[in-house]
Design a protein around this ligand. Sequence first.
Ligand code: ADP
Ligand code: ADP
Length: 234
Amino acid sequence: TPAIEAVDLTRRYDLDGVSVEALRGVSLRIGQGEFAAIVGPSGSGKSTLMHLLGCLDRPTSGVLRINGVEMSGLSDTRLAELRNRTIGFVFQSFHLLARTTAIDNVALPLVYRGVGRAERRERARTALESVGLGHRMGHRPSQMSGGEQQRVAIARALVGEPKVLLADEPTGNLDTRNGTEVMAILDRLNAERGVAVVLVTHEPEVAAHARRQIHVRDGRIELDTALGTGLDTA
Ligand code: ADP
Ligand code: ADP
């Protein structure tokens, strides 16, 4: 079963009588353990696609399956539950709680899953150690560098042991050195734990970490370099 399977997804935004077709029929499969980059010009639909793949948003039409489960039949509550168990998210701007320590930021997804406090702390500590931040557990975001904050965000994405990690411009707010460090962590998660990684990036050197490049333009996939693994996107 593919980790993600999308068939003919469309997404239209209607604002004040103006309609924008952000996605116009996108089909693709992301296999278990794959590493794919979504690339393309600004406004081409990359973020919209990521939000759909991550079930943060619902398509206007089309079918989306995560680990073989079709999303369209699920209530918002069930969708959120499934998302919480299978998908981790990393954003360009970290999205950490500002007044909350690293360990509590990382433990937060486990609160929603009903994990008890002691186990939450243990798992959050392990996740922080796995991104090299065992020594920053009690720090708040403002006390950490951008690179460290993004590593906290990665630990938070990982703490629930997702099968898929979705990252929207994960290095966009980082300098080259911190960006390289963050990409090394994503490489390692993919290689050692078999987590499927799908990232959006503008940076060719970041996209080069992926074994597959999905080029989006005007709401469609115009080129998918891992031919044979995707569905027919014509
Ligand atoms: P990218 O991530 O490639 O820059 P987006 O997915 O953000 O592209 O946007 C694709 C298109 O959809 C753009 O024309 C954008 O203006 C439009 N769009 C994105 N989000 C919204 C929204 N929430 N409401 C209205 N239009 C949107
Ligand atoms: P990096 O080596 O990841 O680039 P920096 O050189 O920016 O990190 O910072 C080194 C250390 O200084 C960080 O680990 C962090 O704990 C601390 N630090 C960085 N920025 C701040 C800040 N604005 N306030 C307090 N401490 C900071």
